[in-house]
Design a protein around this ligand. Sequence first.
Ligand code: CAA
Length: 260
Amino acid sequence: MKLNSIELLIEDKIATLTINRPKALNALNTEVLQELALALNEIEKNDNILALILTGSGEKSFVAGADIAEMKDKNAVEGQIFSKLGNKVFSQLENLKIPTIAAVNGFALGGGCELALATDIRIASENALFGQPEVGLGITPGFGGTQRLSRAIGLSKAKEMIFTGRNVKAEQALDMGLISQIVPKGDVLNAAKDLASKINRNAPYAVQASKRAMNQGINLDLEQGLNLETEVFGLCFSTEDQKEGMSAFIDKRKATFLNK
Ligand code: CAA
C-alpha cells in the first residue's frame, strides 16, 4: 500500500498511524482522509494487530484541523461531500474492533480535536492544545465535533467550547475529561505504546467485546445496554481465553491468551 501523507507502522501487534504533513501542521486534506480509510481497511483485515495509535508528525502539532486552503473555495455541495468523507473515515476509526489511542502531540484543533474524539482513549503531551475554532472561520465543526464533543465532556461544556471557539490547554482538557493522561513533551508516543502494551496483555476478545458493548451501549437506553452486556459477557464463555484466564487464576499462574 503506497501512502503519501500518512505513515503506517506495525510493531509488537500495535499499529501506529502518523499524519505526515508537518509543513501544514498535519492538516487533514482529501488525500489524508482517503489514505486514512485505506490504512484502516488494512488494519481491519489484520487479526495480528491488537491496538492502534494515532499521532501527528513533529512535536508541534497532532492535527491543526481540516485543510483550510482546500476548503476555502468550496460550495455547499462540496462542503457536504468533504464533511461526509471525514465523518465516514472517523466513524470507521471509531468502530474499529481493536482499541484506539490518540497520542496528541500538540495542536488538536477543529478536525484534529474531532480525530482525537473518534478514538477510544486520548493522551496528550503537556503542550497539547484542544479546540473547535470553526465558528471563527464561518463554518461549524464538520468531522463529528458537534456530536462527539458533547458525548465526551457534556453538552453545556461542549457548547461553550464550540460557540466561543476557545482553545483548551492539556491541564484543562484533563479536568474536563477530554483526555485521560498528560505526559511530558516528546514522551506521548511512548506513553501511548506503553498503554497499548498494557491493554494487549489482556484477552483480546474480551477487550474488543467490552469496546463493542460500550460503543453501542452509549446510544441505547440502560435496559437495552444491559441486554447487550449480557450478550457479550455470555459470548466470552465460548472462548478459549475465558477458560485460560480463569484456569490461570485458580492455578496461581499468569494467563497466556490466544493471539497475544
Ligand atoms: N489548514 C491548512 N493549513 C494550515 C492549517 C489548516 N487547518 N493550520 C495550519 N496550517 C498551515 C499554515 O497555513 C502555515 O502554512 P504556511 O507556512 O504555508 O503559511 C503552516 O501550517 C504553519 O502554520 P502557522 O504559521 O499558522 O503556525 P503558528 O504556530 O503561527 O500557528 C496554529 C499554529 C495556531 C495552529 C494556526 O496555524 C492555526 O490557527 N491554524 C488553523 C487552526 C484551525 O482553525 N483549525 C480548524 C480548521 S476547520 C476544520 O477543522 C473544520 C472541520 O471540523 C472539518
